[in-house]
Write a protein that binds this ligand. Sequence first.
Ligand code: C5P
Length: 218
Amino acid sequence: FADGPLAGRHVLVTSGPTHEPIDPVRYIANRSSGAQGTAIAAALRDLGARVSFVTGPASVAPPEGVEVIRVETARQMHEAAMAALPADAAVMAAAVADWHVANAADRKVKKTRDGTPALDFAENPDILHAISHAEARPRLVVGFAAETDDVTAHATAKRDRKGCDWIVANDVSPATGIMGGAENAVTLITDAGAEDWPRLSKAETARRLAARIAEALA
Ligand code: C5P
């Protein structure tokens, strides 16, 4: 693939959930499988890109032929993503926890007679916002938005708020079966407006997105 349309390009992809420790044996997580981010990294690789794949603890295996950087927490993902710059493009597909436990214990929390433990939360870094405002900002920054209503309006507002170039928005209402499923139906938000893509496999969605990225960087 050394002669693909993305040959010589470096693309950062974040993927998967993050785990936020409560103590050494417990954590808070989310249901992201990492399937869409993994498919995107594979599709970019297939077009010849060098891919830095920063992944939380996903339930699908990372693709072959990419540089895999495994992290656990949002703070580690932030560090790894920034360290992967410079890049020509960044695709931020991770489901990053909004908060971490500020009073995480360094020993296992024990059951006691005097009540249940209280968790204090602190905000995590917004990695997409940070990459979009980095000194070495990639030429194309793509974020994701999982919405359940007013998908285009919310995703367009998110694009402005985060400072990224594109948002890949999907409707994750339970009725769509998209969350955790094999298919996706996305709306691509660019500066030219909103484009509804048909319902496709996550692999095909990834191939289309990779092709659009190659066009944009050409
Ligand atoms: O704000 P929200 O989580 O809805 O935004 C989703 C987009 O922002 C995704 O691209 C996700 O990877 C990214 N994000 C991030 N760091 C965060 C929160 C979200 O990179 N702390």
